[in-house]
Structure formats: C-alpha cells, structure tokens
Design a protein around this ligand. Structure first.
Ligand code: G4P
Length: 274
C-alpha cells in the first residue's frame, strides 16, 4: 500500500463524513472507486466542483444520479466562498443519525469532523482555502485525539481536516483516461496533445454541434484533421517557416476547453442502465 493511501486510512478513522470532490465536467471519470472501500461506514457526500464550467442540465442529472446512490450532493464553484453555508448544512443533514445517536448517549455539541478527498486538480486546496478564509478559525491540535492534525471550523458544529486526501486517478479504459487528461487531472505527456484534440473535437461535434464553427469559423462536417488545420489557419497558428502549426492549434482547442472559453461543457452523462 502506498504511504499516501495509508495516511488517508489513518485520517479517515478520525472523521465522521467523507466529502468527495468530483469534477462536474466528468463526475464518473474523476471518481476513484477505491474510496468506497476506504470510506465504508462513514457518511458520504459528493461535491460536483467546477460546476461553473459544466453544462447545468447535465449537472442536474448527475446530482440525481448520486442522490439515487445514497450520497448527499452539492454542486459548486469552490473559488467562491459564498456557497459554504449549504456545505455545512448538508454535512449536518448527512450526519443527522450520528448526531441523534450521540445525543442519546449524552454526548452533545461534539463537532462533526469532515475530510475532503479527490484526485489531483479537482479543487481540494481551493475548497479548503475558501472555507478557511471564511471561517478564520483554525482549531488547534487536540492532544491525544488528533495528534498533529489541524482542523478548520466551518460552523459551530462542523470541523474540516485541513489536509485533503489525495486520491489517485484510476482508468482502466482509454475513454476515462482521455476525459481525465482533458480536465487536467493527468499530465499531457501521458496522452499526445494531437490525439487529445481529435477526440475532443469529435465529442464536441457530436454533443455540442455548432460550437466549433461559431468559435473558430470552421466547417464541422469536414475531416477532423482538416478542421484542426482550418483552426490553425484561422487562428494564425504558424511555425517558423510560416507553415501551419497543427499541434499549436490542437493545444489551443484543449486550452480553450480547459479555461472555459469554449463554454460550459460536460464530457459525460449518467448511464441510464445503472
Ligand atoms: P487540488 O488541490 O485538488 O489539486 O486542486 P486545486 O485546488 O489546486 O485547484 C486546481 C485548479 O482548479 C486551480 O486552477 C483552481 O483555481 C481551479 N478550481 C478549483 N475549484 C474550482 C471551481 O469550482 N471552478 C473553477 N472554475 N476552477 C476551480 P489553476 O489554474 O491551477 O490555478 P489558478 O490559476 O486558479 O491559481
């Protein structure tokens, strides 16, 4: 077992609820299924993060999907700390039974402890920073119980562990790897930028027709390679010898997707069979 995984297992013992951050643009691909075992017996919450960049209609479908699987669900833009009250409220709601159990045993006002987990680049630090800024309260070490751990007070009754659990991206099939590369969770070196752009363009023509022609003034019915060449010409992607730079145009399309310039796009929808 890796050190990171062992540490996460230790941290999970200290908490009541696991908050899993997923990328709203690819919620299933950005979910590491191993967390289901790691977080067994804990309350579970899913945050569809970067919802500001995702297709709102598809986000609503994903919310339903995860709710049907027993998760408490929220969608948000973690860069804004204004959405934090719903987070504390949802945590409390998810831990309602635990609070009631504590109360029966005479334990009152014990804060609920939460932890953020997610794959790289999904927004874990951003989320924690937004919370920390908002609350301004760092709860100190609690000797004996949580040695060396820092907690951030989210509300009177909720505390968040200030170090997130970093999950590893997991992909057995290529289409998941592709989506993870597009949302920036795995490095471009793993997948060739030219190939990545071809797959993105195929997907966009299929699922968001008209979008490429509007942004780059290209003919969407052409061959994908021709479309990229057309984008290179229209956007003056040229190399030294004034030749069309295919890879520069491919990288431009990917950058435009990642920065949201192509619009609010979600790469996958829930499978209705599940
Ligand atoms: P991590 O800890 O999970 O690895 O992710 P981190 O918080 O570092 O966030 C990764 C990138 O995603 C950052 O952008 C961050 O600003 C952005 N981000 C996080 N949450 C949201 C969100 O809800 N919406 C949007 N649109 N972006 C979000 P970056 O480009 O790497 O850094 P920066 O240029 O923002 O500083």
């Amino acid at each position: 077992m890796t050190k990171a995984k062992r540490m996460m297992q230790e941290d999970i013992k200290l908490i009541d609820i696991v908050i899993e951050l997923l990328d709203a643009r690819a919620p299933l691909s950005s979910k590491n299924p191993d967390i289901d075992n790691l977080a067994a017996n804990k309350s579970r919450m899913v945050i569809l993060n970067k919802a500001d960049m995702a297709d709102a209609r598809k986000t609503a479908k994903w919310e339903e999907y995860f709710k049907a699987k027993g998760f408490f669900v929220l969608s948000m833009d973690s860069r804004k700390n204004s959405g934090m009250k719903p987070v504390s409220d949802t945590i409390r709601e998810a831990c309602k039974e635990k609070i009631a159990r504590d109360r029966k045993r005479g334990i009152i006002n014990r804060p609920i402890r939460a932890m953020i987990v997610g794959i790289p680049n999904v927004g874990k630090s951003t989320f924690i920073n937004s919370y920390a800024k908002k609350s301004c309260t760092k709860v100190g070490n609690k000797p004996g119980v949580t040695k060396g751990k820092q907690w951030i007070r989210l509300s009177k009754s909720v505390e968040l562990l200030d170090t997130p659990g970093i999950l590893w991206p997991k992909f057995e099939d290529q289409s998941v790897g592709l989506k993870l590369a597009l949302i920036g969770s795995i490095k471009d070196e793993i997948l060739n930028v030219d190939e990545l752009a071809v797959e993105l363009i195929k997907f966009l023509i299929d699922s968001y027709p008209g979008l490429l022609s509007e942004r780059y003034d290209v003919n969407e019915s052409g061959d994908i390679t021709d479309i990229i060449i057309e984008i290179a010409k229209n956007r003056k992607c040229v190399s030294k010898g004034a030749e069309v730079d295919y890879s520069k145009a491919a990288a431009l399309v990917i950058d435009d997707f990642r920065s949201g310039k192509l619009g609010k796009i979600t790469l996958e929808i829930p499978n209705s069979q599940e």
